[in-house]
Design a protein around this ligand. Structure first.
Ligand code: OAD
Length: 324
């Protein structure tokens, strides 16, 4: 959501995404760091999770405990990050070879950085748009997305995602809050939808953009290529509704996500490094309100119950163990 969105869509005060470690909005200042979060609710679970730091693969006892919790939870929030879509072919941001290792966020993930890069090196911005769009345009939901969609046939599920790829909805999840917006919704900066892109349209933009970048002075051809995605229309500047650093969180998705996190018995956080606030505060908020936090990630175990492994393997098994 652009920072200049006004009227009913504008959050008051705007809450902006920041990397953990940088100064944060007051509203999340005292929440702590999900990145460093290792539970705190269940000592037994934490101890077990710690002991798994050197274990490769999944742990049956922890998986059974998580399944038991899920079976009895009245309301579940599934909080997802880039890792859930990795098995759909979309790179994460901070893993080795992640998007930010090729396109530093200060140059590509703020509006000011993007405009400065475009002025000095439009070809780099073209490369960035292709790197961002092409994997999303080609992606389909994986077993992890499908397991989350299947979960809602058994219990009350709210999906809160930082992803902009719309794969949860495509998998069949019906209650989804996209707190960092979407690559598919093309909106005016001042509010109002221009269009909703399809994956084939996104692929067309990528193909046209690639052709436009062949010339020696590609700026004009590039701008024409990305017109369905970014440009100036009757009501001013339009662009995807994605949230860049320094911009306001998506509305009404963000307040809805906060409310759901406060009101759940169990949160499953999948495929997120917990590096970007305020989104990373949600598991801590859920925990502070009494929810048990299950973290699914191939990296070091975190949460009350840390299940190490990929989303596409752990989630289907967790749902299967809980409900079959
Ligand atoms: P990150 O790239 O920071 O973290 C990805 C996480 O996914 C890591 O913890 C990985 O270990 C994990 N992972 C990798 N492969 C996985 C798999 N197959 N299954 C499960 N987990 C896997 O991505 P996010 O935490 O989503 O925001 O990043 C948060 C925000 O940072 C994004 O929404 C974006 C970015 O900057 C903005 O640009 C505002």
């Amino acid at each position: 959501m652009p920072d200049t969105v006004t009227g009913a869509l504008a959050p008051n005060p705007p809450i902006q995404p920041v990397e953990s470690g940088t100064p944060r909005p007051q509203s999340v200042d005292d929440i702590g760091q999900f990145a460093a979060y290792d539970g705190g609710v269940s000592t037994a679970a934490c101890g077990a999770a710690d002991s798994r730091k050197h274990v490769v693969g999944r742990d049956d006892v922890l998986m059974d405990r998580a399944a038991e919790l899920l079976r009895h939870a009245g309301k579940v929030v599934v909080f997802t990050g880039a890792g859930i879509s990795a098995e759909s072919g979309i790179p994460t941001f901070r893993d080795s070879d992640g998007l930010w290792s090729h396109f530093p966020p200060d140059q590509f993930a703020t509006m000011g950085g993007l405009l400065a890069t475009a002025a000095g090196s439009p070809r780099r911005v073209g490369e960035f748009i292709i790197a961002l769009l092409e994997p999303v345009a080609k992606a389909a939901p994986n077993a992890g997305h499908k397991a989350i969609a299947a979960l809602q046939t058994h219990t009350h599920v709210t999906v809160v995602t930082q992803n902009v790829d719309r794969l949860h909805q495509e998998a069949g999840s019906t209650r989804v809050h996209e707190v960092h917006g979407s690559l598919f919704d093309i909106v005016y900066r001042r509010g109002g939808t221009v269009s909703v892109l399809t994956r084939p349209q996104m692929l067309d933009i990528v193909a046209t953009l690639k052709k436009a970048m062949i010339g020696s002075f590609p700026r004009t051809a590039m701008l024409a290529a990305i017109r369905p995605f970014f440009g100036i229309g009757r009501c001013g500047l339009y662009r995807p509704s994605i949230v860049l650093f320094g911009e306001a969180m998506a509305e009404p998705d963000w307040p809805n996500a906060v409310a759901a996190s406060h009101d759940c018995d169990c949160m499953i956080a999948v495929g997120t490094s917990g590096s970007v606030f305020p989104a990373a505060s949600l598991p801590l908020e859920a925990s502070a309100n009494g929810a048990t936090v299950i973290v699914i990630d191939p990296g070091p175990a975190r949460g009350d119950i840390g299940l190490r492994g990929t989303a596409g393997t752990v989630l289907p098994e967790l749902v299967h163990r809980a409900f079959s």
